[in-house]
Design a protein around this ligand. Structure first.
Ligand code: PHE
Ligand code: NA
Length: 452
């Protein structure tokens, strides 16, 4: 019999755990700020409601109906479509190799935070003392022990969880990680908004710049954020929903997952910008001068902020990096499950073997990022995947389903047969028309800016 979630909450926690990740904490605040601040919420909500949640419903329906990992589900839909599933699995595999490394950094930093080992020059510490970067990518030197050890821990935890299976592993881990994460993060946000200068930060974050929303790139940013943040088009949500029991309100689950992820994102934006406002005030500069996203925000600016904290620096630093670790691990577990289940079903091997082979190879490859040249590779992989991987799979997926295989009516009936919320014409318009048009434009824009 197919493995199953123990409870409805177990599934929702796992889906939310996959969704909530580094993308919420360091990607969303910077993306929103750079793309119109308060005005960004218009394209963002549009993307959530017309693409994010409709696609979540679609992926939940596919997994639930065909009861297989992404490749198997697509194969059951149509033998010629199996490759779409494998492509998504491949993208997930690549992401897992470097996502693990960033969690490893956060793990080290949660220890460094206790007495601010990073010192005054946080940037110098990250690239020099900690990552030990070679000057040029060619000079890939030896392993950086500070990264290697936590990286091994990250993989042992992740593969250990996957080894134990859906209920005893994935569900159990998310039941612990996600509530803990929410509590830790609430503490951080409450502390951040009560810091001096927080109001300036929030003002900078929410101040709407309405002129931006007529620009195409802002809409591209909104869609990109929604796809990445909801883990859509990565084969994950299909795999997770394939473990749902027959009677499951998938449409309702999709709404809960989508809104929980966005709420957490908003919360993160508030916490991050309150802290940036505090930082700007300490430095006597404007908020715009301290804004950063990505690695720079988490591993350079936040250590600086923690250095300046009025009291209990170590504790708050620890809580921040521990939240990154928890958010990251629950996402890494979900990304890795796509290929574990994918190869286990394809080759008819046990979960244990699939974890050992698939997870083992991913872990070995990720060691490359723990060497002195690692950051260069990491940047390159991340750029490639985000630019060409996700939007492209999303586009292929909706066109194949809506226009080539013409499956939307079948899926609508499937979802409506088990859900309280009824899908209708609107859902099909979102998936068949609005989403392909916007994603098509995104691809066009990408090729134009990258290749011409
Ligand atoms: N959704 C996760 C985040 O916001 C990222 C992620 C992408 C996780 C793809 C799994 C797969 O960080
Ligand atoms: Na997310």
């Amino acid at each position: 019999m197919r493995e199953q979630w123990g409870t409805r909450a177990g599934f929702i926690l796992a889906a939310v755990g996959s969704a909530i990740g580094l993308g919420n904490i360091w990607r969303f605040p910077a993306v929103a700020y750079e793309n119109g601040g308060g005005a960004f919420f218009i394209p963002y909500l549009f993307a959530l409601l017309t693409a994010g949640i409709p696609l979540l419903i679609l992926e939940f329906t596919i997994g639930h109906k065909y009861r297989g990992s992404a490749p198997l589900s697509y194969a059951r839909m149509n033998r010629k479509a199996e490759w779409i599933g494998w492509w998504a699995v491949f993208v997930s595999f690549v992401i897992s190799t470097y996502y693990a490394v960033i969690i490893a950094w956060a793990m080290s930093y949660s220890v460094f935070a206790i007495n601010q080992t990073w010192g005054e020059d946080t940037e110098g510490f990250l690239f020099g003392d900690y990552l030990n970067l070679a000057e040029v990518p060619g000079q890939v030197g030896s392993f950086v022990p500070g990264v290697l050890i936590p990286l091994i821990i990250v993989w042992v935890v992740t593969l250990g969880v996957l080894f134990r299976g859906v209920q005893k592993g994935i569900e159990w881990a998310n039941r612990i990680f996600i509530p803990t994460l929410v509590v830790l993060f609430l503490i951080i946000v409450i502390r951040a908004v009560t810091l001096p200068g927080a109001v300036d930060g929030l003002q900078a974050f929410f101040e709407p710049n309405f002129e931006t929303i007529t620009s195409g790139s802002v809409w591209v940013a909104a869609y990109g954020q929604i796809f990445f943040s909801l883990s859509i088009a990565f084969a994950i949500m299909i795999t997770y929903s394939s473990y749902l029991p027959k009677k499951s309100d998938i449409t309702n689950n999709a709404f809960i997952t989508g809104f929980s992820n966005s709420s957490f994102e908003l919360l993160a934006g508030i916490g991050v910008f309150a802290a940036l406002g505090f930082m700007a005030m300490q430095a006597g500069v404007g908020v715009s001068e301290v804004v950063a996203g990505g690695i720079g925000l988490a591993f350079v600016v936040f250590p600086m902020i923690i250095n300046e904290f009025p009291a209990l620096n170590g504790l708050f630093g620890f809580l921040f990096f521990a939240s990154l670790v928890l958010a990251g691990l629950s996402s890494l577990i979900s990304i890795s499950e796509t290929y574990v289940k994918g190869i286990s079903e394809k080759f008819g091997i046990s979960r244990a073997k699939a974890v050992t082979i698939g997870g083992g190879i991913a872990a070995l490859i990720s060691l490359v990022f723990a060497t002195q040249g690692g950051l260069f590779f990491l940047d390159a992989a991340d750029y490639f995947i985000n630019q060409f991987g996700v939007a492209f799979i999303g586009l292929v997926q909706v066109i194949a389903i809506a226009w080539i295989m013409r499956k939307l009516n079948v899926f609508q009936d499937h979802a409506n047969g088990i859900s309280d919320i009824r899908l209708g014409l609107w859902w099909k318009v979102c998936l068949g028309v609005i989403t392909p048009v916007v994603l098509g434009y995104m691809m066009f824009d990408l090729f134009r800016t990258n290749l011409l």
